[in-house]
Write a protein that binds this ligand. Structure first.
Ligand code: NAD
Length: 496
């Protein structure tokens, strides 16, 4: 099932792999080498319409299949994902750049969602009351929405589609995925496994493309729900357009995650965890820590340790065993990240470690989109640099005299995806949890990614909507409640 080089990627519509009728294609590149590895079609409105119509037909049948039967293909999918983990992980690394271990890690989190969605018979239960009035009973049941769509970003091609797909289909919807055009190969692989898992024709569709494809989904009257993950401006746009068209929407946006280090923290542990948070996946995680605020005397030792860790990080091709950090996604991304470092310096920050312009070993990686870890100190918390999402391996260090001041700095940004605290004090942890304005909190953790049985709780500009991805929130998002109030006059016994 290896996807061959520079292959033209296909759509999956009505249970068939199809060549797109698109007139425009984009090149998919391996970010470690800049080599073109596939061509992805930018599907137009007519193709979206066909996929949605077919999905709608499938939904009308699928919603009648008992939930205990609807979850059976998910059990098969779980087994197939385990069986193909290695090849899937290599596909992720080759199109997205992260290390093999990071690719396996994201697949594990995706598989977890498949497992949790297998609990749909319990998760989608309603509730009832007998005798809400004399002889009258009332119940709430959950029914699927119809056709639902997901639009996903480049940084987790294996995991993010699985934040949505398992819950959508387990609850009786038909699901259409529009993956990131930068990393569409993992999804091709995933859909081949989905076909083997035995979902009925049309329940799952895959449509490749860009903005025009997305807009066609947002405007299609038969699409009833839209799940999105990506940057904040696009999240805001998608939320507005989908909801203006009367659809449900859950849109996860960008981030700029702070961490606070108190003087009583275990400095060796804090450094190891925060270095992984800041530089893991080349800083391209929506839960990457990008700003660290040290309090009082934590500054000296922590700064020394984090700079040493950043400088020692082995950067290179993600399939090489000793490599700890891969390239960023594209040449544009590298240029944007590196120019933002200049902006930070212009705004007064001190460059402690400059990761720009450093080579990686191997002639074949000469053109790869590598930029090494960069650390800036004395960053002004109110500067543009401190409040802009960089989405690369660039860490800002800030200082506070007191814990209260550190929390104030952490709350300055409009994003609210994650905030972390490093301390050995339970009371400090409790206060932080209470006061900090973010939906995912880590205490002595640097990537506080909720397990699949908790909602992924972004706040502020990191999330537009009400119900988040995963678990109960996912099930609630993909179902609408129906309340039935019923009276049955007691006349039947007279007939017998
Ligand atoms: P992006 O917003 O550029 O693209 C995401 C998706 O939206 C892609 O499928 C793309 O084709 C589509 N898209 C892009 N521009 C569009 C437009 N104008 N109209 C309609 N559709 C459009 O994001 P990206 O660069 O792929 O991903 C990185 C971003 O995702 C970062 O900001 C990161 O923080 C964020 N992210 C957030 C989370 C989270 O849980 N909050 C998780 C992962 C990534």
């Amino acid at each position: 099932m290896t996807i061959t080089a520079a292959k033209e990627l296909l759509n999956y519509i009505g249970g068939e792999w199809r060549r797109s009728s698109a007139s425009d294609y984009l090149e998919v590149r391996n970010p470690a080498t800049a080599e073109t590895i596939a061509k992805v079609p930018l599907s137009a409105q007519a193709e979206v319409n066909e996929a949605v119509q077919k999905a709608h037909g499938a939904y009308l049948e699928w919603r009648q299949v008992p939930v205990t039967e609807r979850i059976q293909p998910l059990f098969k999918l779980k087994a197939l994902l385990e069986e193909h983990l290695d090849e899937l992980a290599k596909t992720i690394t080759n199109e997205c750049g992260k290390t093999y271990a990071e690719s396996v890690g994201e697949l594990r989190r995706g598989i977890e969602n498949v497992e949790v969605a297998c609990g749909a018979p319990l998760l989608m239960q309603g509730y009832n009351n007998e005798d809400v009035a004399r002889g009258i009973d009332e119940q709430m049941i959950r029914q699927p929405l119809g056709v639902v769509a997901a639009i996903t970003p480049f940084n987790f091609p294996g995991m993010i589609p699985l934040w949505f797909l398992p819950y959508a289909v387990a609850t009786g919807n038909a699901f259409v995925l529009k993956p990131s055009e930068k990393v569409p190969m993992t999804t091709q692989y995933l859909y081949r496994l989905l076909k083997q898992a035995g979902f009925p024709t049309g329940v799952l569709s895959l449509i490749n493309g860009g903005k025009e494809t997305v807009d066609a989904l947002l405007d299609h009257p038969l699409v009833k729900g839209v799940s999105f993950v990506g940057s904040t401006p696009v999240a805001r746009y998608i939320y507005s357009r989908a909801t203006a068209n009367g659809k449900r929407a859950q849109c996860q946006g960008g981030a700029k995650n702070p961490a606070v280090v108190l003087p009583d923290a275990d400095m060796a542990m804090a450094t190891r965890i925060l270095a992984d948070s800041a530089f893991g996946c080349a800083g391209q995680r929506c839960l990457a820590t990008s700003a660290i605020i040290t309090v009082g005397e934590a500054r000296g030792e922590f700064t020394e340790r984090i700079v040493a860790d950043a400088a020692s990080r082995k950067v290179g091709y993600g399939l090489q065993e000793e490599v700890q950090m891969g390239p960023v996604i594209s040449a544009d991304s590298k240029a944007r990240i590196e120019s933002l470092v200049d902006k930070g310096v212009q705004e007064g920050a001190k460059l402690l470690l400059d990761g720009r312009g450093k080579p990686v070993a191997g002639e074949e990686f000469r053109n790869g989109y590598f930029t090494h870890p960069t650390v800036l100190d004395e960053v002004n918390p109110k500067s543009t640099f401190a409040t802009t999402e960089i989405f690369g391996p660039v860490l800002s260090l800030m200082q506070a005299d007191t814990f209260e001041e550190a929390i104030e700095i952490a709350n300055l940004r409009a994003y609210g995806n994650q905030a972390c605290l490093f301390t050995s004090s339970g009371a400090a942890a409790r206060e932080f949890r209470h006061k900090v304005q973010a939906g995912n909190i880590g205490i002595n953790l640097g990537v506080a990614a909720p397990m699949a049985f908790f909602p992924f709780s972004g706040w502020g500009e990191s999330f537009f909507g009400d119900l988040h991805a995963q678990a109960h929130h996912g099930v609630e998002f993909y179902t609408q409640t129906k309340v039935v109030v019923e009276r049955w006059p007691n006349t039947w016994s007279r007939k017998f």
